[in-house]
Ligand binder design. Structure first.
Ligand code: PMP
Ligand code: GLN
Length: 383
């Protein structure tokens, strides 16, 4: 068989840490608190909405940007939550999860040689997408175990080649929620430039302790240059559905849709109808912060006397635990060992850091049944 010669676009891409750790959890029969997904079912009312949609005649292609009623519901949700207005037809596109929204946003605007600023640790889909488009990721490490952003360093990295900055709040994996001051700082930094923002807000409703999610859409100058990406998978406990959306001003959305058209053309039609019906009740997403805050509190109360140290996470469904009192091993090594020897899987966060910086922190997902969390607590207290 002939073997052709070609140059890989992503020659150094390792297997995703989520795949690696979830597989290891399976083979070792360990509790899986690694990959971020709930181990409980979605609301039966949502499943019923899908069943109803499946009985109707929605089995052919949906319109390119999504069905109008869903885009209307999304626009209303954004207005209700952040007071910002997006035109349902011209400024919102339904996507195959946030991943496709992010891929499309980057592909629509990044040319070979363009620089894109990424704050590390970063969720794993940004850099490969930038590189596959010929862009150059400019990596800025968030500082210390608390993951503060050095905005002066961000300012220093901006030059005539900077095309875009990717931000993520609430932030995966640190759980940090960007403050209003930080968003204003970013807005001021970018004013009078042509720099775009991809704002990954998939955990927008998972914010705790009375904090508020500072969506890029709240800040007029920032919103005018931002593509805000969101995920129904995270919001409605249905990560396997791969449904999300992007909201952006019309002049950006027009370009976004040119790529969207040839990446997927349109998205699962019956699920769009189901989500439209379910979104009509805002309680379905407004209560989410409290729901996950209780899970976080249960988890943290349970391990407060363990040898793990932590700062309670401000948002997302991830909690970082510092194991430096337990061991000097690398985070990758201990994550594997805890899976094999103690039956609990987590994510080593060095893989998301610049130069694999190892702060001796592991990420645990607490989007789990209380029963699972109690088992996890029992194990963590013995380590
Ligand atoms: N961004 C972040 C920060 C994530 O954690 C995830 C994982 N769900 C995504 C994007 C991708 O979202 P989706 O599953 O909707 O593609
Ligand atoms: N977003 C999920 C996490 O951070 C993983 C999604 C995936 O496996 N790609 O755990």
């Amino acid at each position: 068989m002939a073997k052709l010669t070609f140059k890989s676009k992503l020659p150094d891409l390792p297997t995703s840490i989520f795949t690696t750790m979830s597989q290891m959890a399976k083979t070792e029969n360990a509790l899986n608190l690694s990959q971020g997904f709930p181990d409980f079912p979605p609301d039966p009312e949502l499943v019923q909405c899908v069943q109803q949609a499946m009985q109707k005649d929605y089995h052919q292609y949906a319109p390119l940007g999504g069905i109008f009623p869903l885009r209307e519901q999304i626009a209303e949700k954004i207005e209700r939550c952040y007071g910002s207005s997006y035109h349902p037809q011209k400024e919102i596109t339904v996507t195959v999860g946030a991943t496709q929204a992010i891929f499309t946003a980057i592909s629509a605007f990044v040319y070979p040689g363009d620089e894109v600023i990424v704050l590390k640790p970063a969720y794993d889909c940004y850099e490969p997408t930038i590189v596959a488009n010929g862009g150059i990721p400019v990596l800025i490490q968030m500082e210390g175990k608390e993951h503060g952003v050095n905005w002066d360093e961000v300012a220093r990295c901006i030059n005539h080649k900077t095309r875009m900055i990717v931000i993520n709040t609430p932030h995966n994996p640190s759980g940090r929620v960007f403050s209003r001051e930080e968003m204003l700082r970013l807005e001021n930094l970018l004013r009078d430039t042509d720099i775009l923002v991809v704002s990954d807000e998939v955990y927008e409703h998972l914010v705790f302790d009375g904090l508020q999610h500072e969506s890029a859409s709240r800040f007029p100058d920032l919103a005018s240059r931002s593509l805000v990406c969101a995920s129904f998978g995270k919001t409605f406990h249905v990560t396997g559905w791969k449904m999300g959306y992007c909201a952006a001003p019309e002049y950006l959305m027009a370009e976004f849709q040119k790529i969207h058209e040839f990446a997927v053309f349109c998205v699962n039609h019956p699920l769009q109808h189901a989500l439209t019906a379910y979104l009509k009740n805002p309680e379905h997403y407004l209560g989410l912060g409290k729901f996950f805050e209780e899970k976080r509190n249960l988890f943290l109360r349970g391990i407060e006397n363990s040898r793990f140290r932590f700062i309670p996470t401000q948002g997302t469904y991830f909690q970082l635990l510092d194991y430096s009192e337990i061991s000097e091993e690398s985070d990758i090594h201990i994550a594997e060992r805890l899976t094999r020897e103690h039956g609990i899987a987590s994510i080593p966060i060095s893989v998301f850091n610049k130069k694999q910086l190892d702060n001796h922190q592991l990420r645990f997902c607490f989007a789990k049944k209380d029963e699972t969390l109690n088992k996890a607590i029992e194990i963590l207290n013995t380590i």
